[in-house]
Design a protein around this ligand. Structure first.
Ligand SMILES: [Zn+2]
Ligand SMILES: [Zn+2]
Length: 258
């Protein structure tokens, strides 16, 4: 009985070693492959940045000089000087100042970058990276479209902030109303609130994450609170006057809602 037990235990130990010797190399290889992807992505980004910056220059210069051939040359030169493992940056397509879907002065540059990268195992792998950038050149051309009318610029539903107590009362108030001053407002926790107020230790407000609802006494308080704190009795929220009226709130008889 005793010897049988010790044999089975030894078998178990042996199976762990066998399992580890199979899994571990595979796991390590996977980690190495993951790490080796990082410099590849960095080079792809470097190429895109160089092409994008040259594109920006050509777009800005288009108002003064039309240079329909310069971008592929300057982008390739810049990408090579900034990314030393880049073998070549070839142009797959290039269109200068064309119109598409009613938009004029477009420039499109399609490129193919070839580079090789040595991975941690010492092997070189060849990488091909294709990209396309489209931009609109600044040519200073004037379009004789109809100018926007006054109606498009003036908003008649301007935002007028009023304050309502969602769990108490049916009135909307102005900021200076004594009801508003005496109570706290429900806001969403931001960095700004964190700077202006400290977290109430009684309700564990310090645990509240950015964006979660908290309650502040903007007139008199120094702390922000979470729901359920004994100091949070009635609270108000801000909303547009138009929305308050459509929700059935009436103007406060004390402040007239202003
Ligand atoms: Zn009021
Ligand atoms: Zn509190």
């Amino acid at each position: 009985m005793k010897s049988e037990k010790s044999i089975s235990r030894r078998n178990k130990k042996g199976s762990y070693i066998v399992e580890a010797s199979i899994i571990l190399p595979v796991f390590l290889l996977a980690v190495i492959m993951l790490i080796s992807i990082i410099p590849v992505i960095a080079t792809c980004e470097g190429i895109t940045y160089a092409a994008g910056e040259e594109m920006r220059r050509v777009m800005a210069e288009a108002a003064f000089v039309k240079s329909p051939a310069s971008l592929p040359i300057s982008a390739a030169a810049r990408a090579k000087s900034e990314n030393h493992n880049l073998t070549s940056l070839r142009t797959r397509g290039y269109r200068y100042l064309y119109s598409d879907a009613g938009i004029d002065d477009l420039i499109t540059y399609k490129f193919r970058g070839n580079f090789s990268m040595r991975n941690p195992l010492g092997l070189y792998s060849k990488i091909r990276f294709d990209g396309t950038i489209t931009g609109r050149a600044y040519t200073g051309s004037i379009h004789d479209d109809e100018p926007a009318g006054k109606d498009e610029l003036v908003q008649d539903d301007a935002y007028i902030p009023v304050y309502v107590f969602p769990n108490w009362g049916k009135c909307y108030h102005g900021r200076k109303c004594t009801f508003v001053k005496a109570n706290c407002q429900q806001v969403y926790l931001s960095q700004d609130i964190r700077r202006r107020f400290h977290a109430c230790p009684l309700c564990g407000a310090g645990k509240a994450g950015i964006g979660s609802p908290v309650f502040c006494f903007f007139e008199s308080g120094e702390a922000y609170h979470r729901a359920g704190c004994h100091s949070v009795d009635r609270y108000y929220i801000e909303m547009n006057k138009k929305d308050a009226i459509s929700k059935g709130y009436g103007a406060c008889s004390k402040c007239g809602g202003e």
